[in-house]
Write a protein that binds this ligand. Sequence first.
Ligand SMILES: C[S@@+](CC[C@H](N)C(=O)[O-])C[C@H]1O[C@@H](n2cnc3c(N)ncnc32)[C@H](O)[C@@H]1O
Length: 198
Amino acid sequence: MFEQIYAGAETGGARPPWDYGAARPQLVEWAEARKLAGAGLRALVVGCGYGDDAEFLAQLGFRTTGFDFAPTAIAAALRNNPTTEVDYHVADVMDLPREWQGRFDLVVESLTVQSMPPEQHAAATQSIGALVTSGGTLLVLATTRDEGSEWTGPPWPLTRSEIEAFASGDLLMRRVERIEGGAWWRAELSRAAAVPGA
Ligand SMILES: C[S@@+](CC[C@H](N)C(=O)[O-])C[C@H]1O[C@@H](n2cnc3c(N)ncnc32)[C@H](O)[C@@H]1O
């Protein structure tokens, strides 16, 4: 479905409905509140689409990787950003390169898990969490759904317990906000830093 939507946009069809045309304000606001600076750090953007969030993090100094399973989105990201320093890849959340595990100081997941069928949410959540390095941060943006409510997707917005499920092992929930008048989750998690010599 996603590849078809991106391919349709290439041939004069509608823009993907999720495409904001710039870095997501919910990410920008979060970054600005922390005066986020990425020098010497690695960031990864999950389901990066046209790459606006990845380009934003690269401008903050992060060595940034972006991936999406839609090849047309990745081709457009490269075409739209000819001098990009972002390392773009075609990859599937459900089958990520082993060498990405535990590699990233900041992982940004915006609206990708909820775009996947509900039966894949738990595995996708685990796969994304595993990318965060010791001491690193995971930012999750998603639209909200009440616990137990019926929903016909796509998308399948996330319940509070699905957001909480990103916390696993030493990847700890630091903050969950309901923003945009309650329509969105913004969750921040971090992995406990390893204690040298422990
Ligand atoms: C709703 S869009 C969100 C795009 C972007 N993250 C944003 O916030 O605007 C979901 C994106 O995830 C990608 N995607 C969906 N399932 C995926 C999967 N299994 N692996 C990698 N990318 C996936 C889609 O191609 C699409 O670009």
